[in-house]
Design a protein around this ligand. Structure first.
Ligand code: ATP
Ligand code: MG
Length: 575
C-alpha cells in the first residue's frame, strides 16, 4: 500500500492531533484508541472518507488502535449488503481495523446499564406518547415540564422496564428516559429517551430484543467498552456531548465490571475506559449531495445506475470512476480538520485526482471520436513498432511498443476543415506533428455524405525521430492510434452529477431538478493494444484526453470499456 510514511510525511497539526499529543505527553493515555462508527444503512460517501482518514490516520500516526464499529442500533433501516460494502470501502481506502465490532454486541451491557440507572433513581419508564413527549419537552425559549411518570418508584420502573424487555408492551407505548433536568437550557438534557420499544428483527440479533437503545445512549457506552480514548464525531453532536458525559459518568463502567461481565464471558477484549468526545466539521462539497437519504433516493428512483454509479460521491462510485484511494487521502489531508463549517469546491477533489494520477498513471494513446488518416507516401503494407515511454517523468514505468502503420485513427477534434483563428492542429494544407512519428501535411480531405471520412496526408520522412528534420518547428502535436492494430473501445465520459453548486439547498425545487443531463455520455473509439490489455481498475492518462480507468466490471481486453476519471484540466471553471 502506498500510504505516506508517517516518519517522512510532514506532521499534521490540527486541533485534534494537538489534543492527542498533549494527552500522550501528560501521560493521560499511554496508547490512544479511536473508532469509525458507521450506521450500516447505506454506502459510505466521501464525507465518511474524511472521518475514516482522520480516525485511521491518527491510529497510524500515533501507533494507536482503531476499531470499525457498526452502529447498528436502528434495525429498520439496516442491511447486510451495507455491512459488506462498508468493510470493502474502508479497506479500499487503504486502512485496516484492529477489531470489528457491532453496537449490537453490547445489547446486554446497555440493558444492564439501564437497570443500574433505574436502581440509582436516574432513569424512569414513561408512558407519554411521542406527541405528548414533544409537548412536555418545551422549546428553545421555554423550559419543559416534568412527565407525570417521572416519580415512579425504583421498583415500579424496574418491573416495567423488565416487562418492556420481555416484549409485553406495544411499539411506541413506553420509553425509558434518563432523569436529568426538564428545565435544562440544552434540550438534549430534558429527560432524553434511552430506550424505545421496537418489535422488529435485527440483522445481528434477530428477534432477541423488542427494545432498542437510542443512539446517544448506546454510542458512549460502546466507546467506553472498547476503551476508545478520543471519540471523534461531527459538529452536530456538540450539543449532545453533555448527555454523552452524563451517561459515562452515571453508569461508570470502569467501576462496575458486573455490567460488562457478559462481554468478558463471550470472549471480547474489554479495555473499558473513560472516552472523550471531540467534534470536527463535516465535509460538504458543492455540485453533489451527501446525505445517505438523498443518495438512497437517487438510487431507488433510478436517477443513477446504482450506489456505484461513477458520478456518485459514494466511495464505490468514486472507485468505479477511477479515483485512486491515494487521491482521497490527499484530499482529506488538504482539506484538514477544524471546527469551521465550509463547503469545499469540487475542483479541489478533481485536482487531487489529477495530481495523484499524473504521478502514477502510465500514458497511452486513445481516440475517442475517430476519423481515418492515411499516409500516402508509405507502402500499403507498412507496419513498424515504435518504442514509447510509459511515463514522461518516471523511467521506472518502462517503455512499450506502439504499432504504427500507414493507416491511423486520429480524433475528430484534431482536424478542422475551415480552421478558426489560432487553431494549430490538422487542417487542409497544414502541418502537424504526429506524436512519436514525425510531421504530416494534409493534402486531401475525402468526404462521404458531407462528413469527413478520410484525411490523406504526406509524412515528411526527414522529420522522423532522431533525424535532422525532426527539429523543424510545427505548432501542433496530435495523438493517434494505428488503425491496423487498434482495439475498438467504449468510453464513458462522466461529469458532475448536478449543474448547480448547491443542489442540496432545500429551498424551492428538489435536487432532482438539477441533475446534469450531460453527466454521463458514451462514445465508441479506439485504443492502442497496450491500453486494451489493461486489467480492470487500471488507470491511464490517455494523452491529451484525460485520465481514464478500465471499468471494474465491464472492461475486457477484447471489448475495452474505459471511464473518464477526470479531464486533464479544469474545464468547469470556464463554463
Ligand atoms: P449521513 O448524514 O450522510 O447519513 P451519518 O452521519 O448519518 O451520514 P454515519 O454512518 O452515522 O452517517 O457516519 C459514520 C461516521 O462518519 C460518523 O462518525 C459521522 O460523523 C461521519 N461522517 C458522516 N458524514 C460525514 C461528513 N460529511 N463529513 C465528515 N464526517 C462524516
Ligand atoms: Mg448517523
Amino acid at each position: 500500500m502506498t500510504s505516506p510514511n508517517p516518519n517522512t510525511a510532514p506532521e499534521k497539526n490540527d486541533f485534534i492531533r494537538q489534543i492527542i499529543r498533549d494527552d500522550l505527553a501528560s501521560g493521560k493515555h499511554s496508547r490512544i484508541r479511536t473508532r469509525f462508527p458507521p450506521e450500516p444503512n447505506g454506502y459510505l460517501h466521501i464525507g465518511h472518507a474524511k472521518s475514516i482518514c482522520l480516525n485511521f490516520g491518527i491510529g497510524r500516526e500515533f501507533d494507536g488502535l482503531v476499531n470499525l464499529r457498526f452502529d447498528d442500533t436502528n434495525p429498520s433501516k439496516e442491511d447486510l449488503e451495507f455491512v459488506a460494502s462498508i468493510q470493502d470501502d474502508v479497506r479500499w481506502l487503504g486502512f485496516e481495523w484492529n477489531e470489528l465490532r457491532h453496537a449490537s454486541d453490547y445489547f446486554e451491557v446497555f440493558y444492564r446499564s439501564a437497570l443500574k440507572l433505574i436502581d440509582d433513581g436516574k432513569a424512569y419508564v414513561c408512558d407519554l406518547d411521542a406527541d405528548q413527549v414533544r409537548e412536555y419537552r418545551g422549546t428553545l425559549t421555554q423550559p419543559g415540564r416534568n412527565s407525570p411518570f417521572r416519580e415512579r418508584t425504583v421498583a415500579e420502573n424496574r418491573d416495567l422496564f423488565e416487562r418492556m424487555r420481555a416484549g409485553e408492551f406495544a411499539d411506541g407505548s413506553r420509553t425509558l428516559r434518563a432523569k436529568i433536568d426538564m428545565a435544562s437550557g440544552n434540550i438534549n438534557m430534558r429527560d432524553p429517551a434511552l430506550y424505545r420499544i421496537r418489535k422488529i428483527p435485527h440483522q445481528n440479533t434477530g428477534d432477541a430484543w423488542p427494545i432498542y437503545p437510542m443512539y446517544d445512549y448506546a454510542h458512549c457506552i460502546s466507546d467506553a467498552l472498547e476503551g476508545i480514548t478520543h471519540s471523534l464525531c461531527t459538529l452536530e453532536f456538540e450539543d449532545h456531548r453533555p448527555l454523552y458525559d452524563w451517561c459515562i459518568d452515571n453508569i461508570d463502567l470502569p467501576n462496575h465490571p458486573q455490567l460488562w461481565q457478559p462481554l468478558v464471558d463471550a470472549g471480547f477484549d474489554t479495555p473499558v475506559a473513560k472516552p472523550r468526545q471531540i467534534e470536527f466539521s463535516r465535509l460538504n462539497i458543492n455540485y453533489t449531495v451527501m446525505s445517505k437519504r438523498k443518495l438512497l433516493a437517487l438510487v431507488s428512483e433510478g436517477l443513477v445506475s446504482g450506489w456505484d454509479d461513477p458520478r456518485m460521491p459514494t466511495l464505490s462510485g468514486l472507485r468505479r470512476r477511477g479515483t485512486p484511494p491515494a487521491a482521497l487521502r490527499l484530499f482529506a489531508d488538504r482539506i484538514g480538520i477544524s471546527k469551521q463549517n465550509s463547503v469545499i469546491d469540487f475542483s479541489v477533489l478533481e485536482n487531487c485526482v489529477r495530481e495523484t494520477l499524473d504521478e502514477s498513471a502510465e500514458r497511452r494513446m486513445a481516440v475517442v471520436q475517430p476519423i481515418k488518416l492515411v499516409i500516402t507516401n508509405l507502402p500499403a503494407h507498412h507496419i513498424e513498432m515504435l518504442s514509447m515511454a510509459n511515463h514522461p517523468k518516471n523511467d521506472d514505468c518502462g517503455r512499450r511498443e506502439v504499432p504504427f502503420s500507414n493507416e491511423l485513427w486520429i480524433d475528430a477534434e484534431d482536424f478542422m476543415e475551415t480552421p478558426t483563428p489560432g487553431y494549430h492542429r490538422l487542417t487542409r494544407g497544414a502541418d502537424v506533428r504526429l506524436r512519436g512519428v514525425g510531421i504530416v501535411t494534409c493534402d486531401e480531405v475525402l468526404s462521404t455524405d458531407g462528413t469527413v471520412s478520410e484525411l490523406r496526408c504526406r509524412l515528411d520522412l526527414e522529420s522522423r525521430p532522431g533525424m535532422e528534420g525532426s527539429k523543424r518547428k510545427v505548432k501542433g502535436t496530435i495523438h493517434w492510434v494505428c488503425a491496423k492494430h487498434a482495439v475498438a473501445a467504449e468510453f464513458r465520459l462522466f461529469d458532475r452529477l448536478f449543474t448547480v453548486e448547491n443542489p442540496d439547498s432545500d429551498e424551492g425545487g428538489s435536487y432532482r431538478d438539477y441533475l446534469n443531463p450531460e453527466s454521463a455520455q458514451r462514445t465508441m473509439g479506439f485504443v492502442e493494444p497496450a491500453a486494451a490489455s489493461a486489467v480492470p481498475e487500471q488507470s491511464f492518462q490517455f494523452e491529451r484526453q484525460g485520465y481514464f480507468v478500465a471499468d471494474r466490471y465491464d472492461h475486457r481486453s477484447d471489448k475495452p470499456v474505459f471511464n473518464r476519471s477526470v479531464t486533464l484540466r479544469d474545464t468547469w471553471a470556464a463554463k
